[in-house]
Write a protein that binds this ligand. Structure first.
Ligand code: F6P
Length: 545
């Protein structure tokens, strides 16, 4: 279906005038007008409860936003994605992360071939290998069992596994140490390996393309460290496995392709945590927990695919994001998980959202005349409260927030969880309702402090409340954000599945590298700033001063 340009859609103009009507209405007023707002504007599906009542919306706003989704052709885009159409138009690829968690027997076709049996074959191979590592049956070159697993990858080949490993650490086999190396800065691999015994260490080189300079540099360094310590090139076969789509490059590196775990070009890097890229995670938590996580993903996929838009979690979250991004001029989204295990979630969501929707041209290649993906950031509560929440509460910027919390803790220790959750609830309340001048004065605050102690409130937030951080819950949560990003990309008429914006820096770095490495390199020939910086670096890099 062909869709008119976004700002020409009938609903767009209606949303603009509606925004002008309600922009000045405070959340205090909205709650006074609708006393049952807290339950009316809430949704529960696939084990996730979303309270979106503390948003600057009315029933009319939601109707219009849902209409916008319909006019944008969201329904047919969802169907196209789930049925394996090549919706990644610039790379001419299908986008089928949903196939990675499709149950056995479901059929999804790409170029006339059902891809689901292949997915399950890889999962079985991963499970067999994970079982061998976990039981100690897989022996290193000297006959010792593996105790340490180091994933080497970057971007989607790192952020997904490390985020999910941290999230599910409570379910991990504690006799295994898992580490993640991503940065090309040598300090990363040096620190990750310095206290490990190479004879007990397995490296998983994770790279979809197997050409990424950071990953290959780290993998070669790890290989040299291992071979030097074990005194034999043949050690590579017992201490290195690969996850990739590129068997030729894997073989060139010296890894037996029998020890390669494959995936497919229809899995985007940032959508790959539940593919073989999650091998380190599966080794850590075991195949059964990994399967449970896939079930959680699938549950959310089914909800997204089938639920009406007005009752659809990813659709509602996506539309609320569009509302603030495009009609209130908000530039950012804070994702604030109140769970220590979700310490890497925001970093993961940064790639998911910003690499997907950080685009300036539409699907046809025309420059867009509206704002696209937000800046995503955040850290787990309550740490942020003692750092940057000041700006959210009293600064001049509008920062919509997603709060994520769990009713049960994995570590019931005294009062900790109730204290954590008291803060969780208090923050959304304070953000929404603030504290008026009258309240401040009623507290007996001296005059000179009054303006400083007023909280304007009216800051919007979503609250996602789940029962417990289980593997299923993690799967549901990640799938929720994956689909939310897709909803927004659809509304903005952009391709959420390519990432050409990362290319230029890579090419220029490739050009500069020999200028730094070769002692006799000619003077740099860039702009005057880059030249001066390179000259200075060359002069000082030896450390002699
Ligand atoms: O940053 C660009 C990117 O292509 C990401 O999209 C991807 O997740 C990452 O690099 C790593 O790529 P690969 O898995 O091919 O090494």
């Amino acid at each position: 279906m062909s869709v008119p340009k976004l700002r020409q859609l009938a609903t767009w103009g209606r949303l603009e005038s509606h925004q002008r009507e309600i922009a000045a209405i405070h959340l205090r007023q909205l709650f006074a007008d609708e006393p049952d707002r807290g339950t009316r504007y809430s949704l529960e599906a696939a084990g996730v409860y979303l309270d979106y009542s503390k948003n600057r919306v009315t029933a009319k706003t939601l109707d219009l936003l849902v209409q916008l989704a319909e006019e944008s052709g969201l329904r047919s885009r969802i169907d196209a994605m789930f049925s394996g159409e090549k919706i990644n138009v610039t790379e001419r690829r299908a986008v089928l992360h949903v196939a990675l968690r499709a149950p056995r027997g479901q059929q999804i076709f790409v170029d006339g071939k059902d891809v689901v049996p292949g997915v399950h074959a890889v999962l079985e191979k991963m499970a067999a290998f994970a079982g061998q590592i976990r039981s100690g049956a897989w022996k290193g070159h000297t006959g010792k069992p593996i105790k340490n697993v180091v994933n080497i990858g970057i971007g989607g080949s790192d952020l997904g596994p490390v985020m999910a490993y941290e999230a599910l650490r409570d379910y991990s086999q504690r006799s295994l140490t898992c580490r993640f190396v991503s940065n090309v800065d040598g300090s990363d691999v040096a620190e990750a390996t310095r206290d490990l015994d190479p004879a007990e260490t397995l490296f998983i080189v994770s790279s979809k393309t197997f050409t990424t300079i950071e990953t290959l540099t780290n993998a070669h360094t790890a290989r040299a460290w291992c071979v030097q310590a074990l005194g034999d090139e043949r050690a590579v076969a017992r201490h290195f496995v690969a996850v990739s789509t590129n068997a030729a490059e894997v073989a060139k590196f010296g890894i037996d392709t029998a020890n390669m775990f494959g995936f497919w070009d229809w899995v985007g890097g940032r959508y790959s945590v539940d593919s073989a890229i999650g091998l380190s995670l599966m080794i850590a938590v075991g195949p059964e927990n990994f399967r449970q996580m896939l079930n959680g993903f699938h549950e959310m996929d089914e909800h997204f695919r089938t639920a009406p838009f007005a009752r659809n979690l990813p659709v509602i979250l996506g539309l609320l994001g569009v509302w603030y991004n495009n009609f209130f001029g908000a530039e950012t989204l804070a994702v604030l998980p109140y769970d220590h295990y979700l310490g890497r979630l925001s970093a993961y969501l940064q790639q998911l959202d910003m690499e997907s929707n950080g685009k300036q041209v539409d699907l046809a290649g025309n420059r867009v005349d509206y704002s696209t993906g937000p800046i995503v950031w955040g850290t787990p509560g309550t740490n942020g409260q003692h750092a940057y929440y000041q700006l959210i509460h009293q600064g001049t910027k509008l920062i919509p927030c997603d709060f994520i919390g769990f009713c049960q803790t994995l570590n019931p220790l005294g009062r900790h969880h109730d204290l954590l959750m008291a803060n969780f609830f208090a923050q959304t309340e304070a953000l929404a309702f603030g504290k008026t001048e009258a309240d401040v004065r009623a507290d007996g605050v001296p005059d000179f402090q009054v303006p400083h102690r007023i909280f304007a409130g009216n800051h919007p937030s979503n609250t996602l409340l789940l029962e417990r951080l289980t593997p299923e819950a993690l799967g549901r949560l990640v799938a929720l954000y994956e689909h939310k990003v897709f909803v927004q990309g659809t509304i903005w008429q952009i391709n959420s599945f390519d990432q050409w914006g990362v290319e230029l820096g890579k090419v220029l770095a490739g050009r500069i590298t020999p200028e730094l490495e070769s002692p006799g390199a000619p003077p740099p020939a860039h702009d005057s700033s880059t030249n001066a910086l390179i000259r200075r670096y060359r002069r000082l890099k030896g450390g002699a001063g």
